[in-house]
Design a protein. Structure first.
Lengths: 95, 358
């Protein structure tokens, strides 16, 4: 069981929780388990082809998984995964 | 004294004098930065005042640059303030940014953030980045001494509409104050070449939990703009890159409904559905009587709740989201759908001023 920290823009898809425990031995497995139980979340962080969207980064503790082993990165029970999406605040040009 | 003279000799460009720019401008002025450039073409609105504390009630309606300059001059009349009352674009960014030692990004949209990033990398200027959303903020320093740039962190922006803006998602007014001040601190550190700037470190702030966390950022050797073999060597069309069609800002499509027409239909008790696609917290501020609420993000899931044979008029705050909803509904086979031009803001203006604008 690893802890996955959920950022504010995505909390609406996980019953407003700020963190969720999910099973898995690798990052890929943990995220699959998390999005398996929360399919609306899956659409936000994965493309239709099953790749992580490019404006969403995943960190294992404080390291970006792109510089570890991506979704094959091993996850220990004490590890914390963070999902960090791109945010810009302010007003978008389409209201 | 030496440090103070370095600040006096320094020049900083603030892109945006809003939520982040407000505390930045005030504190950098107070710190004695010699020359501060302000980029903002917006006008002060009363909805800005909960967070853009450089502006006051008596400034509503004035250009933000004028209002900001007045406050800054009161704090420190010795700062030279350069006015750039323009939108930063691919045509002017390189010229404007070249005139400064460093840039602080206080913008509110993705296209400008990518523009500022690329321009800073191309010109070799550090970019002190800060961004906020509701109760969370991020801060780091890009494009400094071999460190990463914004594209190393996020190669692409989210499609428009996927990440709500402050106007739609709302924001704790105090939040940009904290992040803006972190940016101001980093700017001063870079000028004084002291301390450990947030290069290669993404600071995450969670106001509700009152926790700061740090994540490691690395320069991506394959980054198209700051990598080992850059493919982007000049500024591009950032609106297109972010998928924003600028023409959609004021949609006036055939089949739109005007607010006065809507009022007539409501008074006559015509048979139709008035669909509100805003977020629940916006409805708490005010609504048009008789509307039903399905937030835009839920529309796909819940479109079954709508009567396909009925006339549906869709509205949101000002017409942007509702026009997307109309497009979606039409594609899904709803044949009698129209967009309320100007949204609830137009309703408040022309029909019922007791409905608050926000």
């Amino acid at each position: 069981m690893a802890k996955v920290l959920i950022p504010t823009p995505l909390r609406q898809y996980v019953e407003k929780k700020d963190s969720v425990e999910a099973e898995g031995a690798t990052v890929g497995e943990v995220l699959a388990s998390l999005t398996g139980t929360h399919p609306d979340l899956r659409k936000q962080i994965y493309t239709e082809e099953g790749k992580l969207r490019s404006f969403v980064n995943v960190y294992l503790n404080d390291e970006d998984i792109r510089y570890l082993d991506k979704d094959k990165t091993a996850v220990a029970p004490t590890d914390v995964l963070s999902i960090v999406p791109s945010i810009a605040g302010g007003v978008q040009s389409i209201a | 004294m030496e440090g103070q003279l370095k600040l006096k000799a320094a020049s900083v460009l603030l892109v945006g004098t809003g939520g982040l720019g407000a505390p930045l401008a005030m504190y950098l002025t107070a710190a004695g930065v010699g020359r501060i450039g302000l980029v903002d073409f917006d006008v002060v609105d009363h909805t800005n005042l909960h967070r853009q504390i450089i502006h006051g009630t008596s400034d509503v309606g004035r250009p933000k640059i004028d209002s900001a300059m007045d406050t800054m001059r009161e704090i420190n009349p010795n700062v030279q303030i350069d006015r750039h009352e323009v939108a930063l674009t691919s045509e002017n960014a390189l010229e404007i940014i070249a005139g400064y030692d460093l840039v602080v990004d206080g913008t509110d949209n993705f296209p400008t953030r990518y523009l500022v990033n690329d321009a800073c990398v191309l010109l070799g200027k550090p970019n002190v980045y800060g961004s906020i959303f509701r109760f969370e903020g991020q801060a780091t320093v890009f494009a400094y001494e071999g460190g990463p740039c914004y594209r190393c962190l996020y190669a692409e922006p989210p499609p428009p509409g996927l990440v709500p803006s402050c106007a739609e998602g709302g924001v704790l007014g105090i939040l940009p104050g904290v992040i803006g001040l972190i940016q101001a601190t980093e700017a001063v550190k870079l000028i004084l070449k002291t301390g450990e700037p947030l290069v290669g470190r993404l600071l995450l702030y969670d106001a509700l939990a009152m926790r700061f966390r740090e994540l490691k950022l690395r320069r991506n050797p394959e980054c198209p703009v700051c990598g080992d073999h850059p493919t982007i060597t000049k500024l591009i069309d950032y609106q297109e890159f972010c998928g924003v069609n600028v023409n959609q800002q004021t949609p006036v499509a055939i089949g739109d409904t005007d607010v006065l027409e809507l009022k007539k239909k409501l008074d006559r008790k015509d048979n139709f559905t008035l669909l509100d696609v805003r977020e629940p917290h916006e409805v708490q501020i005010g609504r048009i009587p008789g509307s039903i609420l399905i937030p835009l993000g839920d529309l796909e899931k819940r479109s079954g709740e709508l009567d396909r044979s009925a006339e549906i008029i869709v509205h949101c705050k000002s017409g942007g989201r509702s026009s997307k909803a109309v497009e979606y509904l039409r594609k899904s086979g709803f044949s009698n759908v129209s967009n309320l031009t100007g949204g609830i803001l137009a309703w408040s203006d022309k029909v019922d001023p007791t409905v608050p604008k926000y």
